[in-house]
Design a protein around this ligand. Sequence first.
Ligand code: MN
Length: 293
Amino acid sequence: MTTETSPIERIASRTAHVGGGISVDRVLPVRQRRRIGPWCFLDHAGPARFAPGQGLLVEAHPHIGLQTFTWLIEGEALHRDSLGNEQVLRPGQVNLMTAGIGISHTEESLPDQQVLHAAQLWIALPPDKRDMPPAFDHYPDLPRWTESGVESTLLAGTYAERSAPTRVHSALVCLDMYCEAGASFRLALDRRFEHGLMVLEGAATVNGEAFGVNELAYASAGRAELSLAVAAGTRLLLIGGEPPTDELTIWWNFVGSKEAIAQAQRDWEARSPRFGSVKGYEERRIAPPPLPW
Ligand code: MN
C-alpha cells in the first residue's frame, strides 16, 4: 500500500529525433513505466534555438486510438491535419487532436521562427472511445492562477476545484507550474491518481530528492501531497490519472490492440481514405518501421 513516505521513482529522459533540426527529450513510455494514468507519451522539445527554416518539421503521419496534446511554452508551431484544420499554436495555448479511428497531421515551426519550447503528450483513449471520429480542438485560454509564488496553468482535467475546458475522455490532470523566484510549497494531489512531475526548466527537490531538467518524479496513487522546493526560474509539468488496468499496445504512432495497429499500418501504407491527406503533404508522408510482431 502506498503511503506518504513511499519512495518517489525517478524516470530519466532519452534523446529522440522527431523531424527537422531539433531533437527532443522523451520521458514516456519507458520500460518500467508505459503510462501514467492515460498519459502514454511525453516528449519535451527545447528550449531550442535554431536558424530560420531549421526548426521542427514533422511530415504527414497517422495516429489512432489516442489524443495528441501539445503545450506551447515559447515560439510558435503550425499544426495541419487531414480534417482540413490549420492552427498556429502560441505560448500559453494547447492543441488537442483526437485521433480515434484515424487522422493524419503535420507539425512544423513557422519559417521565421528561431525558438521552440514545447511539450507533446499522448493520451490513450479508453477502449470504448478508441474508434471515435477524429477531431481537433485549439485552446487559447486556460485557467491560470498564482499562489505562493507559483504561476499555475491548468492544461487538462481538474485540479484544486478548477476544471480545464480541454476535451478529454478519462479522469486526469495536466498542470504547468512556473516559479520565477525560488519557492517551497506542498503540492496537493488527487489520491485516486498516480502522478508524474517533470522538470521542464530549473531544478526541484521532491520529498527531499533532487530532480534536474528532463527528469520525472513518479508517485503512485494514494498520496495526498508532495513536498517541493524549487530553484528560481523552474518550470514543472504535473500529469496524473487513474492507474490503468487494461492492456495496451503502443507502436509507432498508434495505440490499441495489436490487430488494430497492424490494420492501421496497412491502411496508412495503402493510402486508405481512413487517414485522409494533409494539404501540401500528399507526397511528404512518413513511412512506418516494420511491425515487430
Ligand atoms: Mn503526431
